[in-house]
Design a protein around this ligand. Structure first.
Ligand code: ADP
Ligand code: MG
Length: 800
């Protein structure tokens, strides 16, 4: 029995990359769980499991031990049943973030948020909205409580320092013992209430041998606190084991204060990374006007069923995907395709949900509703992409997996080092004090927190920004590969050209021109090739007859043939005909037209050529600038086509394209891509995603052109929804920019740790007297994760 399923669950209690690692490893140990991916950026776990063996309850029992839990949104939905959901499960987690954005921060792009607020998912999702909101609110309370204490602590610290070192500075009005008691009083709630999660981190470590960054901070601040408390409470301890009675309550206060502040800022900024999806969710119409029993009534969009006749008034939003059955209008599809020019719609044309009706009054028949609409598909895809892992992240994952245990060992080594080695050079009590300070510093600075945020936050922002421009990126891997592309191969017809050729020349040999057109019409009527469309168009203009064809067949990449009356006719390129029938004068004519960029369709029998028809396709207006932008980005270009080299070269020369690869059978396009790869290029193949699927799949990145209404979204690594290739250089720049940000983030995250640890360990102290104070370490730690998130957010508004 096939019971496998893959689901994405929001995770509560996840704070860092090592948390993600703990969650992953402990879930994988459960029988029935096949694979699992945990993303710190989205705070979600994607789990593949066997439903018959394991359920969320079992998983939560295991995770609960470590202080995490999965949110089973489905069961939450059940509690709120009766709601017809319009969005899929995983969009709701982001909705919850939205809820928080609205109430707490009241900043950012309000229009997006308000729109999102109106979603029908809102009610049924109250629980998860509250969950996130509560988490941030609690954090905010802690921040408001701890920050004044941090300020007081700083005043005391600096006053004492100044009084000690600056002659004539006003003495601090308290004795050392008095200020010790004061700081003890302040540090206690800070450690046990504000820093509760860190204490829990110690507990999880002691009870289950799992450590995360909370454990590190917890042990660090606890050591400082207990050591100082002993000094304060026991004069004997103070004389034997302290350095001139110095206490370190300030370390506990400042470290926890900064880290909590950092976490709060990180949470708040992380909300903003998800704005793009919330904006998409917010595009959905709330209500629809449908005709039922002859009357137009307004209903919730959730209640629309397939087949309903929906009225869309001028200025109104199309509520569901459908087809126009009455009226005509032009529709602004920019919300979906990022394309600002309105598109004309008449009877039979498809319209998509969340686009805006500009002026006409139309009726549409609902075809796709709820999670089947294009918008829902886009949202689903963007979310999946945002939650996916980029290959570059693997290193960071591996590093953070071993980081925490390594740091714990290192902390012990540092402490022992000071006690065993340091004490040879100074009094034991001083070595112990310095050892404690260094150990605390190491524990605090070493958290791999920023490293875990480096990639996902940038991916979330990058993919979201792309979506708002009508560029869908399938996953983080496609994004990373796309950024590395240095060769773009284009399909010709429909990609670089408009794909709507028209007949420009007709020559017949021994038959009437109208007879020629009529024969061609009869054959091509059965073909779907753009050339066939051009001929059919011409035949209709000339009002010629269509004759019955039997034994029709389409010869891929060459043309068509069939029997009319008793004769077998062929129409297509030279490849359809033997050398003996193609006389020199005809070849010259063909080549002349070809060198003008036209494609020549030859009509004939096995014995005789009856006529030549030239068709010409127009180059897309944006093709030339696209190619030159790509060249400016340092990318080489090629055109791959089934057309003959002469026609292809002419078009290529107009486009300024680097290479022309002509005469390629459809089935061989993939092989041509492979050849480019063998030359050492990293190739993106751009095509319509339907005919070119194998080539798209084989390329490092496949780029599919959508036409707005019918896109095979899942088929390619990158989809340009507007069908405009000018989006391609934008997409490329954006993915490169995203990778650049990721690399910066990783560098800084790593750099902090690598630089911070030896400083905090006191390695420079014997030589230069430099020791990173744990308080500064706490600040640096907090700052590093905040700066990583903020750096990723730059992508949102960066000029591309
Ligand atoms: P492309 O998509 O690059 O135009 P195809 O493989 O579809 O390439 O077609 C290659 C060539 O085969 C066309 O340029 C044309 O000469 C010929 N051909 C294919 N189909 C037809 C058809 N239905 N009628 C006439 N010629 C055709
Ligand atoms: Mg083609």
């Amino acid at each position: 029995m096939e019971n496998r399923t893959t689901k994405s669950f929001p995770v509560v209690g996840m704070h860092c990359a090592s948390c993600a690692n703990t969650i992953k490893t402990s879930l994988k140990k459960i029988d029935g769980i096949e694979s699992c991916e945990v993303n710190v950026g989205t705070e979600k776990a994607k789990i593949s499991f066997d439903k018959s063996k394991v359920d969320v309850g079992v998983m939560n029992k295991t995770l609960g031990k470590f202080g995490y839990s999965l949110v089973d949104e489905e069961s939450e939905d059940m509690n709120n049943s009766g709601h017809n959901m319009t969005m899929m499960d995983h969009s709701k987690h982001d909705m919850s973030k939205m809820g928080h954005d609205m109430s707490l921060m009241n900043q950012g792009d309000k229009s997006d948020l308000h729109a999102g607020h109106n979603m029908s998912v809102e009610n049924s999702d109250e629980e998860s909205v509250n969950r996130k909101q509560l988490e941030i609110q609690k954090m905010f309370e802690k921040v408001s409580f701890v920050m004044p204490i941090v300020v007081v602590t700083f005043i005391i610290m600096f006053w004492e320092l100044l009084a000690h070192y600056v002659k004539g500075f006003v003495e601090f009005p308290m004795t050392m013992m008095e200020s010790g008691w004061l700081l003890f009083a302040l540090a206690t709630p800070v450690l046990f209430w504000v820093g509760k999660q860190f204490i829990e981190g110690i507990w999880h470590f002691l009870a289950h041998r799992v450590a995360n960054m909370d454990t590190l901070v917890g042990i660090g601040t606890m050591v400082a606190y207990v050591y100082s408390a002993l000094i304060l409470l026991s004069p004997w301890f103070a004389t034997n084991y302290s350095f001139e009675g110095g206490m370190y309550f300030d370390v506990t206060i400042v470290v926890i204060g900064f880290i909590i502040l950092g976490k709060y800022m990180e949470m708040v900024s992380k909300q903003k990374t998800g704005e793009a999806v919330r904006a998409l969710v917010g595009l959905q119409a709330k209500t629809a006007e449908v005709v039922r029993n002859g009357k137009a009534i307004e209903i919730s969009v959730d209640e629309v069923i397939v087949g309903d006749i929906v009225v869309v008034r001028p200025g109104g939003k199309v509520p569901v995907d459908g087809v126009v059955i009455d009226g005509s209008t032009s529709i602004d599809e920019s919300s979906i395709s990022g394309e600002s020019m309105p598109v004309d719609k008449k009877n039979g044309d498809k319209v998509i949900a969340a686009t805006i009706n500009k002026q006409g009054f139309i009726k549409i028949r609902a075809q796709k509703i709820g999670k089947d609409t294009m918008l829902s598909q886009i949202i689903r895809m963007v979310e999946e992409a945002q939650g996916s892992k980029a290959p570059i992240e693997r290193l960071a994952d591996q590093v953070s997996a071993i980081f925490v245990p390594t740091v714990l060992i290192l902390a012990v080594v540092v402490l022992l080092g000071w006690i065993l080695i340091g004490s040879n050079f100074m009094p034991f009590s001083q070595a112990l004090a310095l050892g404690i300070v260094s150990t605390v510093g190491v524990l605090v600075i070493a958290c791999p927190c920023a490293m875990g945020l480096a990639t996902p936050t940038a991916v979330i922002v990058g993919v979201g920004r792309a979506a708002s421009m009508g560029i869908l990126i399938k996953n983080a891997e496609s994004l990373e590969k796309f950024a590395g592309v240095n060769f773009v191969a284009f399909d010709k017809t429909g990609t670089l050209t408009n794909g709507r050729p028209v007949v420009t020349e007709v020559v017949s040999y021994g038959i009437e021109q109208s007879r020629l057109i009529s024969l061609l019409y009869s054959l091509e009527a059965k073909s779907e090739h753009p050339i066939a469309t051009a001929i059919i168009e011409k035949a209709k203009e000339s009002a010629v007859k269509k004759i019955k064809v039997i034994n029709f067949s389409a010869v891929e990449g060459k043309g068509v043939d069939g029997k009319i009356g008793t004769t077998v006719y062929m129409a297509g390129s030279r490849k359809m005909f033997g050398k003996e029938v193609l006389e020199q004068d005809k070849i010259e004519m063909i080549e002349k037209w070809e060198s003008e960029g036209k494609t020549v369709v030859i009509l004939g029998t096995t014995k005789k050529i009856l006529g030549l028809v030239a068709v010409a396709d127009t180059i897309k207006s944006e093709a030339v600038s696209t190619i030159s932008s790509l060249h400016q980005l340092g990318v080489k270009t090629a055109m791959i086509t089934g057309d003959n080299p002469r026609t292809a070269n002419f078009i290529a020369s107009q486009l300024g394209i680097d290479r022309t690869i002509a005469d390629v059978m459809p089935a061989d396009k993939a092989a041509k891509v492979k050849e480019l790869q063998d030359e050492g290029y990293r190739v993106a193949m751009v095509g319509d995603g339907v005919n070119d699927a194998p080539a798209l799949a084989l390329a490092d990145v496949g780029v599919a052109m959508g036409t707005g209404t019918d896109v095979a979204i899942e088929s390619a690594g990158v989809t340009l929804l507007s069908g405009k290739i000018e989006k391609l250089p934008l997409a490329l720049s954006l993915s490169r920019e995203t990778m650049k940000i990721i690399k910066q983030n990783l560098f800084w995250a790593f750099f902090y740790n690598v630089m911070g640890i030896p400083l905090a360990a006191g390695l420079l102290y014997p030589f230069f007297g430099i020791l990173l104070s744990p308080a500064v370490a706490g600040g640096a730690m907090a700052f590093s994760s905040v700066s990583v998130v903020i750096n990723s957010l730059r992508l949102k508004n960066k000029k591309i």
